[in-house]
Design a protein around this ligand. Structure first.
Ligand SMILES: [Zn+2]
Length: 260
């Protein structure tokens, strides 16, 4: 039985770790120390490292882990990933023999130019592209690219679990409620997220179905969302214009300015 657990790192990163029978794969190890500690504690051997994009809080621990465990490093072919051994992109399949699992690679540019996601059955590792009730900031790509990438993820099966890298859900829900105060599922999600965080638990993974029902960045054709966004700036009501204005509005909020 494959287990997927978060190793917390930095302030609010999760290094998602897939493990079974003393073998483990880590996604986006921004820091080597907590991964080493986890592997030692669980007497597990590292089999591979997957990287979604080049930001330091996702790749900062890669080379130290490679020196210690000599494992393959998979990452987007359009970015500079330290100690990369296997450059991957859209449609590639990654086999991890020790765990008997496979990942499909999806190109989802926008947050960065070459950002990729990894899909293992119904578990999606999407880095900083789709967050719990939000999405990543635009650093290198265009709003149209990020919008297209999010729409691709939204087309995955509703029960696909979303393993993103940051615990931003509660703050994102506050913004989502500003966009769509009448969304009953969103109000429920806020209560659920508060309960989880109060108990010291992650709000993740979420699911594609929950994101489609509550994440404003996937709801740019909803009447209430469009109404709110048009009140916050000029623009038209096309889906991309609403998405772009929403992303800009959120960027301008003080709590969003510091986020990676
Ligand atoms: Zn990032």
């Amino acid at each position: 039985m494959l287990n997927i657990i978060p190793i917390p790192a930095f302030k609010d990163n999760y290094i998602w770790t897939l493990h079974e029978r003393q073998h483990a794969v880590v996604v986006d190890p921004g820091d080597a120390a907590p991964v080493r500690a986890w592997l030692e504690k669980h007497q597990s051997r590292l089999s591979a490292i997957l990287c979604t994009h080049h930001h330091h809080d996702h790749v900062g621990g890669v080379c130290e882990l490679v020196q210690l465990y000599n494992v393959p490093v998979y990452g987007p072919r359009h970015e500079n990933i330290p100690c990369l051994s296997h450059a991957v992109g859209e449609g590639d399949l990654i086999e991890i023999e020790e765990l008997g699992i496979q990942f499909k690679v999806l190109d989802i540019p926008g947050h960065t130019r070459g950002h990729v996601a990894y899909l293992n059955e119904n578990a999606l590792f999407c880095g900083d592209t789709l967050f719990g009730c939000g999405c990543g900031r635009l650093f290198e790509g265009t709003a149209a690219q990020l919008h297209h990438s999010l729409q691709r993820l939204a087309q995955l099966a509703g029960d696909t679990r979303v393993y993103c890298t940051h615990e931003y859900t509660e703050a994102n829900i506050c913004f989502a409620l500003a966009c769509e105060p009448g969304n009953a599922q969103l109000i429920q999600r806020q209560a659920d997220a508060r309960e989880l965080r109060a108990a010291g638990k992650p709000t993740l993974p979420s699911t594609i179905a929950l994101e489609k029902a509550t994440n404003p960045f996937l709801r740019c054709t909803e009447a209430e969302v469009i109404r709110t966004i048009l009140q916050h700036g000029p623009g038209d009501s096309t889906e991309l214009a609403v998405f772009t204005a929403m992303r800009e509005w959120k960027n301008a909020l003080p709590q969003d300015k510091r986020l990676p």
